[in-house]
Design a protein around this ligand. Sequence first.
Ligand code: CTP
Ligand code: MG
Length: 237
Amino acid sequence: MRPPDRASERLTSTAAAIVVAAGSGERLGAGRPKAFVVVGGRPMVAWSLDAIAAAGIPRTVVAVPPGHGAAAEEALAAHADHFPLGLALVEGGATRSESVRNGLAAAPDAEAVLVHDAARPFAPSELFSATLAALHDADAAIAAARATDTIKEAGADGIVVRTLDRDRLWAIQTPQAFRATVLHRALEAGADVLAQATDDAWLVERAGGIVRVVESSPANFKVTTPHDLQVAESLLC
Ligand code: CTP
Ligand code: MG
């Protein structure tokens, strides 16, 4: 990872983080929104807020599940002091992209935006800084782990069509950093396109933008299933 220089320090001071925490966590099945499930003694989203504050990002917007605003505000009140330009809560949308869009609307003057899944409690603060710094020659810079398994493409009949070149394959994570104007434009796509987007960088790619990968570790995994939560708990306790 590149050490911070003056340009990336300037980018950091004008950046906002958008933490998407509005999903219901159906696959986890914990009976409450995943971002607010307790792991390592704290709501899951709290770990990301610590890393973002430690990276010196001055302002953060958290998209929370509709109807959970009051509970989220109480859970996150202790973090407000860590963001000199504020910690705002907005209502998320029906899809992840809509949650990002609602978050972006609450940070209209940011020059750079870091989008992060609350479901990734292990993203280190250096990764937020490194993705921002990598924006210097890209429209978006995204955390990614090198593929370690061999990946094959198979047809609907289960027959392998080809083996992909592993050296060129990356498993995409968050944080994802964007020039704010680029993300605004990408999110203007139609509702059908937004509903398909499992990450925001894809929206930039399809519009012809330059998206750079920033090497991360598989340790920055997304808590999706009850097994993932057990692993996270064992790592954080
Ligand atoms: N997310 C969001 N708004 C949505 C859907 C997802 O803010 N409408 C957020 C989630 O809170 C999570 C991240 O996007 O931090 C990644 O999504 P995912 O892991 O799919 O979380 P959930 O949608 O909550 O889980 P599931 O798909 O199992 O219901
Ligand atoms: Mg989901």
